[in-house]
Ligand binder design. Structure first.
Ligand code: 5U1
Length: 677
């Protein structure tokens, strides 16, 4: 082979490798549907890198190898935006949103419901991506809206941003606008790495994304797992702008640009408010932070007719969630003892409203965390509350530290039972050594876990009642609940005969349970709901699990050595075996054949539940699907097998219809559960 043909065949191979890598990269980063194992991707990538080293003249700006980051820049160049990057007006209340909808209706002189596109307000940084003839040539921050900073080298490292659009006929010029952000899990990993390296942690994913994007050395950005979602357009030349905003986002998706799946087209103010409520309930479970939702008039013609007020369009509004951070004072720091004996320092705070909820306590996680954040008694601190998660102290305010601020001292004895507190050398968590027989705090925690909704679901046995039962020595183990009588219960504080009878009835009902619930209720360390379900499905019966050895337990999906040890330790402890026997003797039972019989026929099928079903509660539908081997997910994608829709189903139903995902009503779901065919 002569040099010219070698060059030619290498060139063809390079071309092929780039196409393959782009195809797999798009599937992985944009569609979230990997097509090949990581190792195979890496092999193709290395081959391309080597061929490009051999033929530097064949390197192009859109080659996947160009994402890894280049030499540091001295500073960021300024970029003038062709079309200004506008800001968006905010609304905070239902009244604000109804007023927005009224203004839009009046502006359009329309009496019927206006059509809106709803999407999320990401907590990241706005970016303009310029594509010329389909190739990414420049990326700039919003800056002051007219002039931003050139962050092209850093943006090229983000895999959800295509270096070349997936089309044969790209527009001449296309400015794609959207948000760069960091997913919560990537943020946690980054901060772990910062901690391990003794570096300063980032306060939140937004700061981490901003800090990563404003790196002069793009090799650092390349290690930071940033993401991108597109939501708007600037300059467009050489292509027709779609008629609606929702069609623009669909077009982006076809071009290989990531858009968020959490979007919907609705009508009128009621449609907007419903979208807000729906997203609000799921906010904490999203993979990324959002600070609200955005509503845009869907028809582009109508957008243009409405125009702008100062620097913001009249056709859009951001409906913000209430602020979820607030500043308050640390009155004291003491410790809480959890059901596994874990000692958690807790800041007792001057009451403060965070996102509409009054907060008086916030977790400080562990002793190291208190030292690292240097939180002292008397400090002014920033408190954060995210969804239903326990509020946490983010940082103290240095300029407001009083001279007499006191450091927290970790106690050496459990404040509840007096047992020694032990912190193993390689662990961050200190624990009370008393165990649940000696330590009332551990006992109460374990008992509350046993009765909780997702475990044995014993209604009426709340914190105050369990506290009284433990303090009076009436209940020590979960089996004691089933020995309680009407007289004993009705003699307790705040209990009348009627409520005592209700508790007894709930206890009776709880005796008929499922194996996964029972395993979860036992409170085995590291065995959450999902592991309990996997164990039940794997072993089929409790007896099979109780005789399993380490090797057999390690064969269970997602169970590693730490979890296996914890399960073995628990099940081989004579006290725990006795407890299980007592519970069975008290009448606690489940249908083991149901676990076996139903276990597999929906394996590999993913369901999404939306709206209100006529008879089944969401939890119940989920439990039935999971018992049959299916999975329940929060969002609809092409991978979804079925969407189960009830009344008032919203954006998920629309998305299912858009993607051609089969939609079931409750009856069809029940039929599918019964008939494996
Ligand atoms: N999702 C989304 N976020 N966001 C932010 N859309 C959107 N649009 C914006 C902004 C600032 O502005 C346009 C309405 C101009």
């Amino acid at each position: 082979m002569n040099a010219a043909t070698g060059h030619e065949s290498d060139s063809a191979r390079i071309q092929w490798l780039r196409e393959e890598l782009n195809r797999h990269g798009h599937a992985y980063y944009v569609l979230d549907q990997p097509t090949i194992p990581d190792a195979e991707y890496d092999t193709l990538f290395t081959e391309l890198q080597q061929l490009e080293i051999k033929h530097p003249d064949l390197i192009t700006a859109d080659s996947p190898t160009q994402r890894v980051g280049g030499a540091p820049l001295p500073e960021f160049a300024q970029v003038q935006h062709d079309v200004p990057m506008l800001s968006i007006n905010n609304g905070f209340s239902e009244d604000d949103i109804r007023a927005f909808d009224r203004r839009v209706g009046e502006g359009l002189d329309q009496s019927g419901d206006v059509e809106y596109a709803c999407e999320l307000k990401f907590d990241g940084l706005a970016i303009n991506l310029r594509y010329i003839d389909g190739v990414l040539v420049q990326a700039a921050t919003r800056g002051d809206g007219s002039t931003g900073e050139d962050v092209t080298a850093n943006i090229r490292t983000i895999h959800s941003i295509p270096l070349r659009l997936r089309t044969e006929h790209p527009p001449k010029i296309m400015d794609v606008r959207g948000e760069v952000l960091m997913f919560k899990a990537d943020f946690a990993r980054l901060n772990q790495r910062q901690r391990d390296a003794g570096l300063k942690e980032f306060a939140n994913p937004r700061n981490a994304a901003a800090g990563s994007l404003r790196q002069l050395d793009s090799r650092i950005t390349a290690q930071r797992s940033l993401r991108f979602f597109a939501y708007g357009i600037g300059h467009l030349d050489g292509a027709e702008l779609p008629d609606t905003h929702s069609a623009l986002l669909d077009w982006y998706s076809e071009l290989g640009i990531a858009v968020c799946a959490e979007r919907a087209v609705v009508r009128g103010a009621d449609g907007l408010l419903k979208f807000f409520t729906d997203i609000g309930t799921r906010r904490a479970s999203l993979a990324y932070d959002i600070d609200g939702v955005v509503y845009k008039v869907n028809r582009v013609q109508q957008q243009q007719a409405l125009g702008f007020v100062s620097r913001a369009p009249r056709f859009a509004v951001a409906h913000k969630f209430p602020a979820e951070e607030a500043t308050t004072t640390v009155l004291d720091i003491n410790v809480q003892v959890g059901r596994t004996g874990a000692i958690t320092p807790v800041a007792r705070l001057a009451p403060v409203s965070v996102g509409g909820v009054t907060v008086t306590n916030a977790t400080l996680h562990n002793e190291d965390e208190v030292r690292r954040k240097d939180i002292r008694i008397g400090d002014s601190v920033i408190v954060r509350r995210a969804g239903d998660v326990i509020p946490e102290v983010v940082a103290f305010v240095p300029e407001r530290r009083p001279p007499d601020a006191r450091e927290f001292l970790m106690p050496t004895a459990c404040p509840v039972c007096g047992s020694v507190i032990i912190r193993p050398e390689d662990e961050a968590v200190a624990r009370c050594s008393g165990g649940w027989l000696k330590c009332a705090a551990q006992r109460k925690g374990g008992l509350l876990h046993f009765v909780s909704r997702r475990a044995m679901d014993i209604e009426g046995l709340g914190e105050q009642l369990v506290e009284q039962l433990v303090d009076r020595g009436l209940v020590t183990t979960p089996a004691d609940f089933y020995k309680l009588g009407l007289i004993t219960l009705s003699e307790l504080e705040r209990m009348a005969e009627k409520s005592a009878q209700n508790v007894l009835d709930a206890l009776t009902v709880s005796k008929s349970t499922t194996l996964p619930r029972f395993i979860y209720a036992l409170g085995i360390r590291h065995v959450g709901e999902s592991t309990a379900k996997t164990l039940a499905r794997h072993f089929g019966t409790l007896d099979a699990l109780m005789v399993a050895n380490e090797e057999e337990i390690l064969a269970v999906e997602d169970v590693g050595p730490v979890v296996a040890q914890s399960i073995l330790g628990f099940l081989h402890d004579p006290l725990n075996r006795e407890l299980i026997e007592q519970l069975r003797a008290a009448g606690v039972h489940w249908d083991e054949s149901a676990v076996e019989r139903q276990s597999h026929h929906l394996n590999g099928k993913t369901f999404v539940l939306t709206g209100t079903l006529p008879n089944l509660k969401r939890d119940e539908a989920q439990a039935l699907i999971e018992a049959a081997g299916g999975k329940v997910s929060g969002s609809v994608s092409k991978k979804t097998s079925y969407v189960v829709a009830g009344e008032e189903a919203g954006s998920k139903l629309a998305k299912a219809e858009e993607l051609g995902v089969p939609v079931l009503d409750e009856e069809a779901l029940l039929q599918l559960l019964e008939n494996p065919a």
